[in-house]
Design a protein around this ligand. Structure first.
Ligand SMILES: [Zn+2]
Ligand SMILES: [Zn+2]
Length: 339
């Protein structure tokens, strides 16, 4: 079978290797599609070399069909369409003991800490597998992982129907949060500076605000009769976004920290005091978020066709990463692994 190995410094090698047999408690999945996400780009840039090395098959946003079943696995059938929730918790740390195994202190992320889905046959623990409705197109299903991130973020932000929501940053996760919040009945505005992304956001019929042209906080206050946004999602990872999140939030507003801030930003803590704001940290997803993501994609609430901007074969994986690196209109790039 073919597998794409990340070999350091923005390079991949496609190799022909023997597929692994699933161990006890594992299933093997024939991978159909794999999406490329920001974390994969981070790995490609060498920023995770210490963690992943130079001989790693990455990839974790995938869909496929079960092709082999290990011993002790029940309730799985060969040919079942599935997606994988790529988390392997230790089961023994304080986070696991408290029921928060998705942020286990010793969490293994499949496709970073172990080999991932950019190979034709992928062995994973059966507990990480979610079955799909049989009529769900597998290229749409490859979006389940990022949609599950959005479902988790919206759930943690306790978004309810009729609430005003501001999403700061319209990369794939920002746009998916906007879609999930809208499906929840919220009124959603998005702040974004990149013209390609602003165009996508406007085509999706969201209220698109460009902070290089508009005072976004003032615009939100105006649209909400001086109230502000009930829930703000900070997805930009910038100081400007961090300023906007407090400026645009309503009294007792919830601010959901989605972005991975690599530096400590300045935060307007006075505003937290003054308006009794709440800050909510979010990371990956829980089982129920994956179930919700699958249901939302199956219902058509997520515009998968608009999200998927390009599909390439596994042989062209290096081109896909290079194209994202060059900027441009890509929202979600998929690799066709074995279809
Ligand atoms: Zn991802
Ligand atoms: Zn643990």
């Amino acid at each position: 079978m073919k597998a794409a190995f990340y070999t350091g410094n923005r390079t991949f090698e496609i190799r022909d290797v023997a597929p692994n047999e699933p161990g006890p408690g594992e299933v093997r999945v024939r991978v159909a599609f794999n999406g490329i996400c920001g974390t994969d780009m981070h790995a490609y840039h060498g920023a995770m070399d210490k963690r992943i090395g130079h001989n790693r098959i990455i990839g974790h946003e995938m869909s496929g069909r079960i092709s082999a079943i290990g011993s002790g696995v029940e309730g799985r059938t060969i040919g079942d369409p599935v997606v994988v929730r790529p988390l392997e918790p230790c089961g023994a740390c304080p986070a696991c003991a408290a029921g928060h195994s998705h942020i286990c202190h010793n969490l293994k992320f499949l496709g970073l800490d172990t080999d991932g889905a950019l190979q034709e046959e992928w062995c994973v623990p059966s507990f990480a597998v979610h079955a799909l409705p049989t009529d769900l197109p597998l290229h749409h299903a490859a979006l389940c992982e990022p949609v599950a991130v959005a479902c988790h973020d919206v759930r943690m932000g306790r978004v309810s129907p009729g609430e005003d929501v501001l999403v700061i940053g319209a990369g794939p996760i920002g746009v998916l949060i906007a879609m999930v919040a809208r499906a929840q009945g919220a009124n959603v505005a998005i702040s974004e500076i990149n013209p390609h992304r602003l165009k996508t956001v406007a085509e999706l019929d969201f209220d698109a605000l460009d902070p290089s042209k508009t005072d976004v906080a003032a615009a939100i206050m105006e649209r909400t009769g001086g109230k502000g946004a009930d829930v703000v999602f900070e997805v930009s990872g910038t100081q400007a976004g961090t300023n906007l999140m407090t400026d645009a939030a309503a009294t007792r507003g919830r601010i959901v920290m989605v972005a991975i801030h690599t530096r400590k930003p300045e935060v307007d803590l006075f505003r937290f005091f003054w308006r009794e704001l709440e800050l909510i940290g979010v990371r990956v997803y829980e089982k129920e978020d994956f179930d919700h993501a699958i249901a939302l994609i199956a219902s058509g609430a997520i515009d998968c066709e608009r999200m998927i901007t390009d599909v390439r074969d596994l042989d062209a994986v290096a081109d896909a990463f290079a194209a994202i690196d060059a900027g441009g209109p890509a929202m979600k790039s998929l690799i066709r692994v074995a279809v």
